[in-house]
Design a protein around this ligand. Structure first.
Ligand SMILES: [Zn+2]
Length: 497
């Protein structure tokens, strides 16, 4: 208020240019660069410091004080109130005076909506080749035809059902620990995060309408044929898209004409379908197809790391954003994708730095991880924005004194993730918080002290014990890789060798 008065006074007096320039520079942007989110200054002492959380009070409600991304705003020293039902009651600068609440006060921390990972093959996501594949292909059915040795990576789920369950839950744990609260492509598993393909509480989709996902909407899974032309009305009509459910399909995974025909086919197949539709990958999307995606309100879910490794290209993300297409993000699978959604976001940011069409701001990338992902599958108003009435699916990160969202996202890995909650209940947190805040069932302390922190991990009631899951030694990725951001050297477009 004082600053605004000063600006007004300087303008009124026709003050000299240097002083005016100095005063009108957005003061809150200096405190923290929101990367495109509007900054609201509630309490500036919450920025520029390492996270330091204290718990006080008790009761069925929760009040969380920290830097807070809610909707399109980033509140410095904001406040989030969570009701007894796990839904958000209020978000903003005002600190509620509630007697029956436990207060988690975290200067230096940042609260975001939990990450929404819209593309994963959970039972395939247990191994990574020592080196990324050398070859680049123009269509997925090219590498799918090859043996593992030829293409450079294994690409099968374990045949044994017990091992399959173990590797899937371990992969889910990896996502849960790194801030993801909703996952698509999790098959029948739902140990630690919401499985958006299941309707049942507590860790199913919050909408009640599970996503129908399809890896082979044109039914080329077994034939591995490629389209020689855009499909006929009959072929488009043969695509099974349940009119009642959000539809999330692999489309245009490659760079050749065949992959591009798939985009036309699927646009035709979902024309007139009134429930949400989203295309995974969309590497082949052409500038001609972008306006049609926008007109039909079809979202695109990118998996850039996997796309760069397999096709040396990814979807035209800036042009899609400029056309108003809803965008989401997904990790695909460990053989060619990212281990965490944060790593996937870094990959996209790295690519965007080289784009000739403009750059993505930190808020653009963050939206793809949260509100954009939610909207892509019709979950806006349920999760993704930390807005009143939404479920309190959230992640609490240590800013480590950084003053920009871009830097926080660039540097955050498991050590920076303080806690994750789903529906207002802890999925992971420092072990000292156990019993102090509402938590999911089936809790255990991770005995590995991963990245030097003793963590409480909670999941679904009746799930297997954490210890038993962690004893799975074979077929698992070394979780210590989560302690550092993964390199982004391969997140650039390039020609096939
Ligand atoms: Zn996939």
């Amino acid at each position: 208020m004082k600053t605004r008065f000063l600006v007004a006074a300087v303008v009124a007096l026709g003050g000299c240019a240097p002083l005016t320039r100095h005063v009108v520079r957005a003061p809150d942007q200096r405190l923290f660069d929101g990367g495109g989110y509007r900054i609201e200054r509630c309490d500036a002492s919450y920025v520029g410091v390492f996270a330091d959380c204290t718990l006080s009070g008790s009761g069925p409600r929760q009040v969380l004080r920290a830097n807070l991304i809610s909707g399109d705003r980033l509140y410095l020293g904001g406040s989030l109130t969570i009701g007894p039902d796990g839904r958000i009651e209020a978000a903003g600068c005002a600190v509620p005076d509630i007697a029956d609440a436990v207060v988690l006060d975290c200067p230096g921390a940042l609260v975001s909506a939990g990450f929404i990972n819209l593309h994963e093959h959970i039972d395939y996501s247990y191994q990574q080749p020592a080196q990324p594949p050398v070859h680049r292909w123009k269509h997925r059915n090219e590498w799918r035809r090859l043996h593992a040795a030829e293409r450079g990576f294994e690409g099968d789920a374990p045949a044994d059902a017990g091992v399959r369950a173990d590797v899937s839950e371990r992969a889910m744990l990896r996502h849960a620990l790194s801030g993801t609260t909703s996952l698509s492509g999790a098959k029948e598993f739902r140990a630690f995060v919401r499985n958006l393909g299941l309707a049942e509480a507590p860790l199913g989709t919050p909408a009640g309408l599970p996503i129908a996902d399809s890896t082979f909407p044109l039914d080329d899974g077994a034939s591995m044929e490629k389209l020689a032309a855009s499909c006929t009305a009959a072929e488009a009509g043969a695509v099974h898209a349940d009119p009642e459910r959000p539809f999330l399909a692999h489309v245009g995974e490659g760079t050749d004409a065949s992959a591009r025909y798939e985009v036309d086919c699927l646009l035709r197949a979902v024309a007139g379908k009134s429930t949400p539709n989203a295309f995974i990958h969309g590497v082949a999307i052409s500038s001609r197809q972008i306006p049609q995606l926008a007109r039909q309100d079809v979202a695109v879910v990118l998996s850039p790391r996997s796309n760069f490794r397999l096709y040396a290209a990814t979807a035209p993300v800036i042009e899609l954003k400029n056309a108003g297409v809803t965008l989401g993000l997904g990790t695909d699978w460990a053989p060619s994708g990212s281990l965490t959604l944060l790593d996937e976001a870094r990959c996209l940011s790295r690519y965007s730095r080289d784009s000739l069409h403009g750059r993505l701001g930190a808020a653009d990338v963050h939206r793809m991880m949260t509100a954009g992902g939610a909207r892509a599958v019709g979950l806006q108003g349920q999760v993704g924005a930390l807005a009143p009435a939404e479920w309190a699916d959230l992640v609490l990160l240590d800013t480590e004194g950084r003053r920009s969202l871009a830097e926080v996202l660039e540097r955050s890995a498991l050590p920076q993730i303080i806690a994750v909650a789903i529906g207002g209940r802890l999925a992971s947190a420092p072990s000292s918080w156990a019993g102090r805040l509402p938590q999911l069932e089936n809790c255990g302390v991770d005995p590995r002290r991963l990245c030097g922190t003793e963590r409480l991990v909670c999941g679904v009631d009746g799930g297997r014990s954490l210890t038993a899951l962690l004893q799975q030694a074979a077929y698992t990725i070394d979780d210590t890789r989560l302690c550092h951001p993964q390199p982004t050297d391969d997140c650039v477009a390039r020609r096939s060798p």
